[in-house]
Design a protein around this ligand. Sequence first.
Ligand SMILES: Nc1ncnc2c1ncn2[C@@H]1O[C@H](COP(=O)(O)OP(=O)(O)OP(=O)(O)O)[C@@H](O)[C@H]1O
Length: 604
Amino acid sequence: MNNFGQSIKNIAKISPFIRKKGKLWFLLSLIQAAYNGVTPFVSALLYGAMINHLIHYFQDRESGVYQVFYLLILQLCLAQFSYLIRMFQAYFMKKFEFDLDHDLKFLTNQKVAKSPLSYFDIPEFYNQLNRVRGSVSSKFLHPIMNMFQIFQHIVTLLSVIGYLISVHWIFAVLCIVVFIPLTITQLKLSKNRYLVSYLQSRDSREIGYIANLFSDKASIKEIKIFNLSNHLNERWSQRFRIVSGQILTLARKQQWIDFGLQTGTTLFFTGISFFILFGKNSKVTQVGDFYTITQMIQNVQNSFTQLSYLTGSIYEETLYIQDFYEFIEYGDPAFAEAAAAAAAESPPTAAVQFQDSIEFDSVSYRYVNSDAEALKDVSFQIKKGEKIAIVGTNGSGKTTLIKCLLGLYPIREGNITIDGVSLHEVSPQNLQELMTVVFQDFTKYAFSAHDNIAFGDIQKYRDRELLVAAAEKSGVHQFVQHFADGYDTALGRLLADGEELSGGQWQKIAFARALFRDSEIMILDEPTAALDPYAEMEIYKEFEKLTRNRTTIFISHRMAAAKLADRIVVMQAGKVAEVGTHQELIERNGVYREMFELQAEWYR
Ligand SMILES: Nc1ncnc2c1ncn2[C@@H]1O[C@H](COP(=O)(O)OP(=O)(O)OP(=O)(O)O)[C@@H](O)[C@H]1O
């Protein structure tokens, strides 16, 4: 499909939004475009007539004065009416822009929420997400506004050229000959312009990323201590220069081409003006007519230049719309295939209660962006009510294992079952109800303490009693009760003048959030990493109470904590190396014992 055809197809994608909330704006814009389109023609006629009448008036001081007066009033009315339309159009445009912004961002957030976590490991998806963030609505509206302007200039051209043809037919042919190369050049340029911004997106992201490092409290600390500011600033500046250099090169090229085209068309239209005015069969006899014709010729020239520029930029701007829909419709073929095949065989509607056991059966997993397997043929069983510790070296696959169990990364090889029902078949809602989790990199919401805990189970958001119970168990109540607004105090200072918490206090909040959801299965990824020895001791002392009546799976690098588990799964390079109780594994004299003794050594 050619560029312009594709542009129209992209623009058509906005029509559902216009039908929903932008009808009035669309109608007003159309009226405005038509009105502004005929205005240059009418104005040229009015002024030409006015000049003729003025000349008569200056010659004999009797005739023409009323006509000049009426024409001036008419001109004033035309200007006022134009102002009135613009006023209403601008208001409804703002209104539609807000509605559109809301709907598009809502769609984006929905897409992000529905996308599997593995999509975020795919650079193409991630880049696309970055591209569709920002002022999406204006990028959607610009091409339509340009379409209105195109319509406006077509109306101008039709009216003006119609008049000029009545003066001389040659005009029609010549105008078309000029317009075609102009448009093609602009279209080519606009395609380049877009490609540059596309290719730059990695550099641009790095510029944004480094700028963020300079505004993030956590990274500022490291930048100062490691004396990174010069290096990072230099790096930022280098990328910035590359990006701005590319844009400037293109802009320079564009300016020179514009200048060349402008000069060419000016010379062309000046020649034509001479021909029309002073040619053999010239119909021009009065000064006013001369004014009208030169004015109309200028209008033709102006409208042609604008038309070629607008058609060019429409192509560029509609590519953003295309990008947006590519993002919204994004589906990794490999993932989509697997999901579609699994869904076709058995749609995920099964509900399980978890009465018996969870089973990992020859589970292997490879991240989409990686060649190595993060899990290799993992098999073991977790009985209801058991406390399982997962230990192992960094990168051995512990977190991947629980991400697969949580259904965040759907597995393709092997099977995970709950009471014999494959995870692929369990409905996502059922799965969420069964499990609660504290991640290693849990989220610190810049909302109130209440929000931070209640987000654990949004269905029970208002249950303050339950919330306080979870807070008491996890040690949150002890500090939140001293805050000025108690549980309604904002945490962090990002959105409000809230309370700053220490790393350990945040971790307790994350714990409370997990406990607030009263689930059968509790998953903890390094639950005590940020806690002081007292708090850690406290948690482990309370561990029995916190995890009572729950199946608990916890990852820990502290071998002393692993001792608390009923059974320990030892991971090594994506495989299960050993499974057993602390005593069994010590007696086995394998990897676990080695790790345990290595740590114990430190404490002796
Ligand atoms: N999103 C990802 N994309 C690609 N590879 C990943 C991703 N996350 C983890 N990996 C890789 O998978 C392997 C297992 O990582 P995982 O995070 O499960 O290890 P871990 O045992 O939890 O490590 P740690 O103790 O350091 O938290 C590692 O080699 C890691 O580099």
